[in-house]
Design a protein around this ligand. Structure first.
Ligand SMILES: Nc1ncnc2c1ncn2[C@@H]1O[C@H](COP(=O)(O)OP(=O)(O)O)[C@@H](O)[C@H]1O
Ligand SMILES: [Mg+2]
Length: 185
């Protein structure tokens, strides 16, 4: 069975074939550029074993076609069907993935629920759709997902640093106690 997916936004057709996804770029002035950009990211991810990017099975430069492993359901679809789960539940993991991608000097630049996939079986998240990804931040962030991810980063850092600071203070207190004991003797 072949199922058509894709937003149509990018002028690419996305078909599901069993455990594979076939993405083909239409003949459009920017198709070549977007295809090459996405292919480069998949090749980079495969080389660097980025586990949160689905495996690229094969590609065809002439047909401008990518064959990618089908790794799950996008969060837009998943959350609309599973009312018990909310986007909040996934934010910490999205943050991890998003930050790791940046640590490789790549901004996703189209972060949205449709471009984050969830695999229920292994409880893992994946990033897809790298047509606009690159070394500069250019995300218009329509869904405020980057904003949400950044916000949880701040709270996390604050508590982490805070606890470190508290430990250090305690240590130095102990030291000064010891010192004062010694001087008393
Ligand atoms: N590797 C994949 N595994 C499972 N679903 C996928 C995969 N790649 C794409 N999809 C599905 O196809 C949709 C469109 O793919 P995407 O690469 O984002 O194309 P577009 O550029 O049209 O947005 C995604 O939102 C998702 O539902
Ligand atoms: Mg997409």
């Amino acid at each position: 069975m072949i199922q058509l997916l894709g937003s149509g936004r990018s002028n690419a057709s996305v078909r599901i074939q069993k455990n594979k996804i076939i993405k083909t770029y239409f003949d459009h002035s920017s198709a070549e550029k977007r295809f090459n950009n996405e292919l480069d990211i998949y090749l980079f991810a495969n080389e660097n074993k980025l586990s949160y990017i689905p495996k690229l099975i094969s590609y065809d430069r002439e047909k401008r076609q990518l064959v990618i492993k089908n790794v799950g359901t996008d969060l837009q679809k998943y959350l609309s069907k599973n009312k018990k789960k909310s986007l909040k539940d996934f934010l910490p993991e999205i943050k991890k993935i998003y930050d790791d991608f940046i640590s490789h000097k790549v901004y996703h630049n189209d972060l949205r629920k449709k471009n984050v996939l969830y695999n229920k079986k292994n409880n893992k998240l994946y990033l897809i759709d790298f047509e606009n990804s690159g070394p500069r931040y250019l995300d218009s962030d329509h869904e405020d997902l980057v904003k949400m991810v950044k916000n949880i980063k701040k709270t996390y850092k604050r508590t982490k640093l805070g606890s470190k600071r508290i430990k250090r203070k305690r240590k130095s207190k102990r030291k000064s106690k010891r010192k004062s004991k010694r001087t008393r003797k």
